[in-house]
Design a protein around this ligand. Structure first.
Ligand code: ASP
Ligand code: MG
Length: 452
């Protein structure tokens, strides 16, 4: 069994839903199809929730009417028969009457907010299943709220999914195609909840892990992960293969194509994840698996708007416990640290959430000397296979950066990344220089484009 996930733009137009029908039925294999909400819907639902929270019922009703009108015209094109249209109409009437009922619930709390955003996936999956039926394809609609659960720390409970979904599938051995909602789940109070924005990828990987799928495919509208940011660098290309670790680094450091947590469950169960392009289904995409071909530098990604803090400890030469004290401050303010470099007497760290910067600086000053922090910093992350026996990799990277000032360098923290911190204004120059030196110059296109 495979798990295929389609994002908002892949289901965002009636004709896209039509092509997805062809895609999922063509190969004749059994699969669980995870769908996002139609593009724009989750944002619209959040915005309705915000109006309700601020007691602006008239505004909320207006937004609900607009969203309803969108769905009404969508189903006119989605279905081709009277009966199909009637089904679609019944689905949107039912879900919108629930959405409208929330206008009357006072106070409008977090519970209702979660219920309202879940409607996007509930709508898209039911509409799609009815469309398949109209086309003579009998798929089973699996309610994600019956088998997706998060715990009190908002972490998905994979065991629960394994058991519940296993039992559900055990009853449906005659079905080939299963449709379910991405993103939504229940919390320990039994309420409707979700896996955070972009969480449908995560759903697909959790399901893939739970049933130990043959493969998880994430279908989007670009052809896989690129070796560099195509908005900034001209000659980029899709990466054919990545390890789980490399993909996780890239997802975290900027490659928006994949929800950063997606990799974890698939990696745990050794389920390969393939990124595919709905617009170009024949393209190879990117395969994320345990092992890959032996290419060294695979990709470059960047993350902006970081703040770097210098922390000196002149008094503590040769002392221990300094780093612990430093990190306790960040822990106290629940502020994740992205990058660290150390010398005997000082530490530099970067953070991307500077909400508590003032308090953090004040506490650090109690036991360390601080300089003005550097704002608008960018992390440039070079991802690949850099095991300790490799030589010359740092040289390539630094050669590319020879005319660009570097604020911090990390090498050796993992076998998969080299991280540089530079000023944001130099980002485009850095990404292009690295692309030239590490990919184009190496004539890397050849082995990446050649068939595996
Ligand atoms: N519909 C949700 C969102 O827009 C989940 C997803 O699309 O992955 O964030
Ligand atoms: Mg997404």
């Amino acid at each position: 069994m495979q798990v295929w996930k389609f994002g908002g733009t892949s289901v965002g137009k009636p004709e896209r839903m039509h092509s997805i029908k062809n895609l999922i039925t063509e190969d004749g294999n059994r699969k669980i199809v995870v769908l996002s909400a139609l593009s724009g819907t989750t944002n619209a639902l959040i915005s309705i929730g915000e109006s309700l929270k601020s007691h602006n019922d008239a505004e909320a009703t207006q937004k609900i009417n607009e969203l309803y009108a969108h769905y009404e015209s969508f189903i006119k094109e989605l279905y081709s028969t009277e009966a199909g249209y009637a089904e679609g109409k019944a689905i949107i009437e039912k879900e919108f009457s629930f959405i409208r009922s929330l206008v009357n619930i006072k106070p409008f709390s977090v519970k209702q907010e979660k219920e309202i955003v879940a409607e996007g996936e509930l709508l898209s999956t039911q509409m799609f299943e009815a469309y398949l039926r109209e086309e003579g394809i009998s798929a089973a609609l699996l309610p994600a709220l019956d088998f997706m659960l998060i715990d009190a720390d908002n972490e998905p409970v994979l065991k629960f999914t394994e058991e519940k979904l296993g039992a559900i599938l055990g009853q449906l051995t005659d079905k080939q195609i299963f449709i379910t909602q991405g993103f939504i789940c229940r919390n320990p109070r039994g309420e409707v909840d979700n896996l955070k924005r972009g969480g449908s990828d995560y759903t697909a990987s959790l399901i893939g892990g739970a049933i130990v799928a043959e493969e998880v495919q994430i279908w989007t509208d670009i052809d896989g992960m690129h070796n560099n940011d195509p908005r900034i660098v001209k000659k980029t290309f899709p990466i054919r293969e990545l390890t789980f670790e490399e993909a996780a680094e890239l997802a975290y450091f900027g490659a928006k194509i994949l929800h950063p947590s997606t990799i974890t469950p698939a990696k745990m169960k050794g389920v390969p994840v393939r990124l595919k392009n709905t617009m170009e289904p024949a393209a190879y995409g990117t395969l994320i698996a345990d092992k890959t071909s032996d290419r060294e530098i695979k990709a470059i990604a960047a993350k902006d708007n970081l703040t770097a803090i210098y922390i000196h400890s002149t008094r503590m030469l040769n002392a221990y416990g300094f780093l612990r004290r430093v990190f306790e401050v960040f822990e106290k303010y629940k502020t994740p640290v992205d990058m660290i470099t150390t010398s005997e007497v000082s530490v530099s760290v970067t953070i991307d959430n500077d909400e508590h910067l003032e308090e953090i600086m004040a506490e650090l000053r109690q036991f360390a000397d601080l300089e003005e922090c550097d704002k608008d910093q960018t992390i440039v992350c070079i991802v690949g296979n850099f095991s300790a026996d490799k030589e010359g990799i740092a040289l390539k990277v630094l050669e590319a950066m020879k005319n660009i000032p570097i604020r911090m360098i990390c090498y050796g923290a993992s076998e998969h990344n080299i991280t540089l911190l530079i000023h944001g204004k130099n980002k485009a120059a850095a990404l292009n220089a690295l692309n030239e030196r590490c990919f184009l110059y190496e004539d890397a296109m050849k082995d990446i484009f050649s068939a595996p």
